[in-house]
Write a protein that binds this ligand. Structure first.
Ligand code: ATP
Ligand code: MG
Length: 352
C-alpha cells in the first residue's frame, strides 16, 4: 500500500481545531483511495515557546525535512506579542520558510457557486472564477540586500537573478499545463530593470511550453483587472511584493478568509496551510471554519503526494456540502440551511 509521512504543525489559537478536521478528512480520503498516512506532530510558535523556550525547535525543522509533506495550522497570539522579536512566534515561521526553501507560494482563489454572494463583487462577475496566483516567496525586495534605514535615508533592493525567475516561472508553466494553459506574468517592466529581466526570462521560458499562452501585465493594471474581470485569469505568476498585494486582493474577490488555502513549495518539503492566522478571538469556541485547512490538505494530496483522485474527492465533497446549505458561522449569512460547528463541518465533509 502507498504510504506517506506527514508532518503536522497545529500551532496556536484555532490551529489545533482546524488541523484536526483536516486530518479527519484526509483519513477518510486515504481509506477510499487505498493509501496510508502516517502523522508526526511537531511544535512551532507560541506552544513551542511555552514548551521548549524557542519558537522553532530544531527538531521541528529536521522532522519536517524528513517528511513527505507538512500540514500547518496557524501560529501566534497576544500572549507572546511582548517577547523580543527573535523569540516571537512569527519570527519562527519566517525562519522556517527560509529553511524549507519554499520559493513558490501557490494561492488558489476559487469561487464556490453557492457562495457568490459572499464576494464584494456582482455574481455575474464572480461566477466561475478559478485563479492560481504563483508568488515568489523568498526573494525580491523583501529579502534583497543592501537594505538600510539610518533615520534620514532608507532603502531596500529589489533583486532577482535569472535562476530565481526561471524556477518560479517553471512552477507557473507546469501548473498551467494541468489547468487552462494560460499564464499571465505580472511585473512593472516599463519602469523597473528587475522587471525587464523578469519579463525577458518568462518569454524565453515560454518556448519550452508551446501549449501554454503567456501574457504580460503591469502590476497596477493587474490589480484593477482582478477586480474588474477576475475570470480573465488562469495562472498569475509574479514576484514577492506584487504577489503579496495581488493575492490579498484576490482573497477579497472570492469572499471569506476561512476558505482560502495555500501551498508553499520549493525543492524540499512543501508546507500546506490556510492563508488566515490563529484567530485568537474565536479560539476554543468551536466556530472556526476548517475549510481553508481542508482545501490545503487536498492541495497536499495533489501536489506533494500525487494522490489526485483523493484530492478531487475532497474538493467535490466540499462543493456538495456547500451546495446543500451547510455553513460555518462565518458563512452563515449566505443561504444557510444549517450552521455547523468546526467539528460537525469536518464530519459532514467526510460523510459526503
Ligand atoms: P496573522 O497575523 O496570523 O495572519 P491576523 O491578525 O491576520 O493573523 P487572523 O487570525 O487571520 O488574523 O483573523 C482575522 C479575523 O478573521 C479574525 O476575526 C478571525 O476570527 C477571523 N478568522 C480567521 N480565520 C478564520 C476561520 N478559519 N474561521 C472563521 N473566522 C476566521
Ligand atoms: Mg493576517
Amino acid at each position: 500500500m502507498r504510504n506517506y509521512k506527514i508532518s503536522i504543525i497545529k500551532g496556536d489559537g484555532i490551529g489545533p481545531e482546524i488541523v484536526d478536521e483536516a486530518i479527519k478528512v484526509l483519513n477518510a480520503a486515504a481509506k477510499k483511495c487505498n493509501f496510508e498516512l502516517n502523522y508526526k506532530e511537531y511544535l512551532m510558535g507560541g506552544i513551542a515557546i511555552d514548551t521548549t523556550g524557542v519558537p522553532l525547535p530544531q527538531e521541528t525543522v529536521d522532522g519536517v525535512l524528513n517528511s513527505d509533506a507538512c500540514l500547518f495550522g496557524a501560529i501566534g497570539g497576544e500572549k507572546w506579542d511582548t517577547l523580543p522579536r527573535e523569540l516571537r512566534p512569527e519570527t519562527g515561521l519566517l525562519k522556517f520558510r527560509e529553511e524549507m526553501g519554499v520559493y513558490a507560494n501557490l494561492r488558489p482563489a476559487i469561487i464556490y457557486d453557492e457562495l457568490v454572494n459572499a464576494s464584494t463583487l456582482k455574481p455575474e462577475v464572480i461566477t466561475g472564477v478559478d485563479i492560481m496566483i504563483v508568488r515568489e516567496l523568498i526573494g525580491g525586495i523583501y529579502f534583497g540586500k543592501p537594505r538600510e534605514n539610518d533615520g534620514f535615508k532608507a532603502f531596500n533592493t529589489m533583486v532577482y537573478t535569472k535562476p530565481e525567475i526561471v524556477r518560479i516561472g517553471k512552477t507557473a508553466f507546469e501548473l498551467a499545463m494541468k489547468r487552462d494553459k494560460r499564464v499571465c506574468s505580472v511585473d512593472k517592466a516599463n519602469v523597473l530593470e528587475v522587471s525587464q529581466l523578469w519579463r525577458d526570462t518568462m518569454n524565453e521560458l515560454s518556448k519550452d511550453y508551446p501549449e501554454v499562452t503567456l501574457s504580460h501585465m503591469y502590476v497596477d493594471n493587474a490589480a484593477m483587472q482582478l477586480v474588474r474581470n477576475p475570470k480573465q485569469f488562469d495562472v498569475i505568476v509574479t514576484g514577492n511584493i506584487f504577489g503579496d498585494i495581488l493575492s490579498d486582493t484576490a482573497s477579497m474577490v472570492v469572499g471569506s478568509i476561512g476558505l482560502l488555502p495555500s501551498a508553499s513549495t520549493g525543492d524540499k518539503t512543501a508546507i500546506y496551510e490556510p492563508i488566515h492566522g490563529s484567530a485568537p478571538d474565536i479560539a476554543g469556541m468551536g466556530i472556526a471554519n476548517p475549510l481553508a485547512t481542508i482545501v490545503s490538505a487536498a492541495m497536499m494530496l495533489r501536489y506533494s503526494l500525487n494522490e489526485e483522485k483523493a484530492a478531487d474527492l475532497i474538493e467535490e465533497s466540499i462543493k456538495s456540502v456547500l451546495k446543500d446549505g451547510y455553513r460555518t458561522k462565518d458563512l452563515a449569512a449566505y443561504d444557510a440551511k444549517e450552521v455547523l460547528n468546526t467539528s460537525a463541518m469536518g464530519d459532514v465533509i467526510v460523510k459526503y
